[in-house]
Design a protein around this ligand. Structure first.
Ligand code: MF3
Ligand code: CO
Length: 252
């Protein structure tokens, strides 16, 4: 069942989303060579709680931290630890914040120092693939329209589309119906209606689409060890289009 949010619920989700945006913006300055992913996690948790939010991931199915921190060939669900970021790394920070029982969820990939042109290409086009998906969000369109737009963009830029993990509805729960795959056919799947809220989140690889899971049972990595990027926004379906509830605060 896909829930339709009331005005009051949308207002709380806007606030949860803004907390996610602010936490990303806050962390940005700390993402430099030498910092550990655990230090980033601790900074984030303190900041989130100082705003009155709760880091949803902490304790979710046993996940031990507030952030997912995924470096280079790690696609998603990297666990913060003593790994120090190095010049030339890329890191995806994925976070979910609960505010008064409602969730906001966004992931963005960041450059650490100077990165290769290949990694720049991967980041630029993964973010653009996300926006191609978002552009399809309006009442009457279907989930498959989003999925297809992401896939077409990604594959025309020769990036591998991870198929095992998908976007999702969001609200009181971090994962609600519907699933939002990053591949599929136009004019298929559930129809979007005003008041639905979904997370669109392409996970794209510079090499092949194949992934595997590490022994920690969380971290997903690319099979060929090539880098991966991941961008995610929480998006509300409005009367005639969409509103991004997790806007980037470093862009106009
Ligand atoms: N944003 C991630 C998702 O949509 C959050 C995973 S949190 C974890 O799946 F707790 F499951 F790690
Ligand atoms: Co998500």
């Amino acid at each position: 069942m896909i829930s339709i949010k009331s005005e009051r619920e949308i207002e709380l989700m806007r606030e949860a989303g803004m907390m996610v945006s602010k936490t990303h913006q806050y962390l940005k300055d700390f993402i430099k060579p030498g910092i550990t992913t655990k230090e980033l996690d601790q900074l984030a948790e303190k900041y989130i709680r100082s705003m009155g939010g709760i880091p949803t991931c902490k304790g979710y199915e046993g996940f031990p931290a507030s952030l997912c921190t995924s470096v280079n060939d790690e696609v998603v669900h990297g666990i913060p630890g003593n790994r120090k970021l190095k010049d030339g790394d890329i890191i995806t920070i994925d976070m979910v914040i609960d505010y008064k029982g409602y969730q906001g969820d966004a992931a963005w990939t960041y450059a650490v120092g100077e990165i290769s042109d290949e990694k720049k290409y991967l980041m630029e086009h993964t973010e653009k693939a996300l926006y191609e998906g978002i552009k399809q969000v309006k009442p009457g369109n279907r989930i498959g329209d989003i999925s297809n737009a992401v896939q077409e963009y990604a594959e025309s830029h020769k990036l591998g589309v991870v198929k095992e993990l998908v976007g999702h509805g969001i609200g009181k729960e971090m994962h609600e119906d519907p699933e939002v795959p990053n591949y599929g056919m136009k004019n298929t799947g559930p129809r979007l209606k005003e008041g639905m809220v979904i997370c669109i989140e392409p996970m794209l690889n510079l090499g092949t689409a194949d992934i595997c899971i590490l022994d920690d049972d969380w971290t997903i990595v690319t099979e060929d060890e090539m880098p991966a990027a991941h961008y995610e926004h929480t998006v509300l379906v409005t009367k005639d289009g969409y509103e991004i509830l997790t806007p980037r605060l470093d862009e106009e």
